[in-house]
Design a protein around this ligand. Structure first.
Ligand SMILES: [Zn+2]
Length: 461
């Protein structure tokens, strides 16, 4: 911390950061589950003065640490206290690994117990839940002679959000028994901010963001950006996600609650919103209340007539043999305008065998549209096009029996029925009756992003 840095921080920035730090403290107090985050808490609590001067200019930001919650360990004090309370039991904990064998797992827990080992190996349920799945919490109570007293493995129920499952293996006079229990996990919110130095996954991994959360982020922004492919050094991301705890230990991550990504300098933001009507489906929206998936236009050729629909099987008009028709045909006189049904970037413009003059346009990360048999092409590869923009004209080039547009929508390269895709992908704005509640969710999301930023700056000290 030096005076040079101090000069860099404007009064306004200092005010914002102080406020963010204050909110972080308040928020942390209200979310005791975050107490596992020793580093985060102490930084947030101790950094009040430091926040004001910790704002470096952009090119000075070198530490890209995340305010990831510290791995909760069974603390030495806890173990010592447990020892005092139960003279004859030792408590050990670990996490499962995909490569675990019964012997390896028990060894990690300092268990030397042939009966326990064969029970784990031979009981189907025990073996399935304990050996193979990764990162499940395992706790063992062990006698001083290293025999197992009880073993508990806990994990989040993938089918039921917020619930955990727990397998308990107990020694009895007649040997081991096991049972599966369920319960509600404690939900906390984890925040992270990362500045990208090279790739998306390297950034999220270094930041300690779980892979499931990173993948959700890619899916959420997929309609508007290819985050993984296009993110660059200097871009950043912020995310708030559900983190489930059991007895203060992290069980796993749940849903992304809000995320903000910068891709090549352009910001995209998403907020999860579940309408108050429980039967209504939750979804991600922009802070303005628009669905992230942009609505598609209902047709690429206004005024044209559909003469052939998408089928997996039909007689080809030229070849007279059975072939799938992977698009929709729109008949209209040569020269009728063809429009792109969504914003995108032209990824192909030229001649394709069979299709004649064709255009392919990419929308977001996975979706593409394809326009064929054109009499003329009005765009070039790499050109950005806006929804409704004219990209070419109807013609009969390639293998075509008369002037028409052959139109396809593809998801990850696989053709889907365009009429279904265009009908389903309609605008999904927040309903008027939900706007007040939605606004509150947005305010909370913005606070989370600010806190993520403030804590990152504090930890960069
Ligand atoms: Zn066709």
């Amino acid at each position: 911390m030096n005076t040079q840095e101090q000069d860099v921080a404007s009064q306004e920035q200092q005010g914002t950061l102080r406020q963010a730090a204050q909110e972080a403290r308040t928020w942390l107090r209200a979310h005791p589950g975050f107490g596992a985050a020793g580093v985060v808490v102490s930084l947030a609590l101790g950094a009040s003065g430091a926040f004001a001067v910790a704002q470096p200019s952009d090119d000075q930001i070198v530490v890209r640490q995340v305010l990831e919650v510290v791995q909760p360990v069974t603390s030495y004090e806890q173990q010592a206290a447990a020892l005092r309370a139960h003279d004859f039991t030792l408590y050990r904990s670990t996490e499962t690994r995909s490569t675990d064998t019964a012997a390896a797992l028990l060894k990690r827990l300092a268990v030397q117990d042939g009966a326990a080992e064969s029970y784990v190996r031979e009981m189907d349920t025990v073996r399935t839940e304990l050996l193979g799945p990764q990162d499940r919490l395992v706790k063992a109570e062990v006698y001083p002679d290293h025999r197992l007293k009880q073993l508990t493995v806990s994990w989040l129920d993938a089918e039921r959000p917020g619930r955990y499952r727990q397998l308990v293996l107990t020694r009895t006079d007649k040997g081991f028994v096991h049972q599966v229990k369920t319960g509600s996990a404690e939900m906390t919110v984890a925040l992270a901010q990362v500045e990208v130095r090279d790739s998306f996954f390297r950034a999220t991994t270094q930041a300690g963001i779980p892979e499931t959360v990173a993948n959700q982020m890619l899916d959420i922004f997929e309609p508007v950006a290819d985050v993984k492919g296009d993110i660059r050094k200097g871009d950043s991301l912020q995310v708030a996600y559900e983190r489930y705890l059991l007895d203060g230990q992290i069980l796993g991550a749940g849903r992304v609650l809000s995320a903000s990504v910068q891709v090549q300098g352009k910001d995209h933001q998403a907020v999860w919103y579940q309408p108050s009507r429980k039967s209504a489906k939750g979804d991600y929206y922009t802070p303005a209340g628009e669905g992230l998936t942009p609505a598609l236009l209902p047709t690429p050729a206004p005024g044209a007539v559909i003469t052939s629909e998408f089928t997996s099987y039909r007689i080809h008009p030229v070849f007279g043999v059975a072939r799938a028709h992977t698009g929709v045909d729109y008949a209209a006189p040569t020269g009728t305008p063809v429009q792109t049904i969504a914003d995108g970037v032209v990824t192909f413009a030229g001649w394709q065998n069979g299709y004649g003059n064709s255009i392919e346009i990419q929308h977001g990360g996975k979706q593409t549209t394809f326009y064929a048999h054109l009499s003329s092409i009005g765009v070039k590869v790499g050109e950005k096009v806006g929804k409704g923009e004219q990209v070419g004209k109807i013609g009969s080039t390639g293998w075509s029996t008369g002037p028409h547009l052959h139109f396809e929508t593809r998801n990850n390269g696989v053709a889907e029925d365009p009429l279904v895709v265009m009908a389903e992908q309609r605008s999904t704005s927040i309903a008027a009756s939900e706007r007040d509640a939605f606004r509150q969710v947005v305010v909370q999301a913005q606070r989370h992003w600010e806190m993520a930023e403030a804590i990152q700056l504090a930890s960069a000290e």
